[in-house]
Ligand binder design. Sequence first.
Ligand SMILES: [Zn+2]
Length: 183
Amino acid sequence: MNSTITSKTSSSPLTSPAATILSPCAACKILRRRCSEKCILAPYFPPSEPLKFTTAHRVFGASNIIKLLQELPESQRGDAVSSIVYEANARMRDPVYGCAGAICLLQKQVAELQAQLARSQAELLAVETQRAHLLAVLCMEMASSSSQQLQWADPNPLQSHDFLLDQVDAAHGAMIWEETLWS
Ligand SMILES: [Zn+2]
């Protein structure tokens, strides 16, 4: 019983650190150099992701990557490596503009979609205005048809119309009278 327990507890913690020391990081493996414990690239280029370093190395060069990482505090190195790898991948796709090309394309898409949205909002507003107008016309027609039924009770509108016509005739008559006076 005791022997099996001790063998289990002693073997399991020993295997994992031994494995990391034995296999070099992706960078050292590709550069064919010895990966030391203090390898600056090891934390960011694990042996499980060799393509990450291959791309970054092809675009920026290993010595430039190492120099850049040495100039940075350790807390910023992870972000820097992510940025380098992202830019390297973008440069592989677009050697001239790289990341900026992708940003430009996306900004163009945003502008196009914003214009499309503005057009759709204008169309929506036009349709809503038309709907409100049609509703108002419908309401007015309904109101006038109901008032026509009640017109016998309110003769005033006709009276005021006749009064206006009288006013126009009076003004016209005065003009004729003035013309005959001066000719
Ligand atoms: Zn290494």
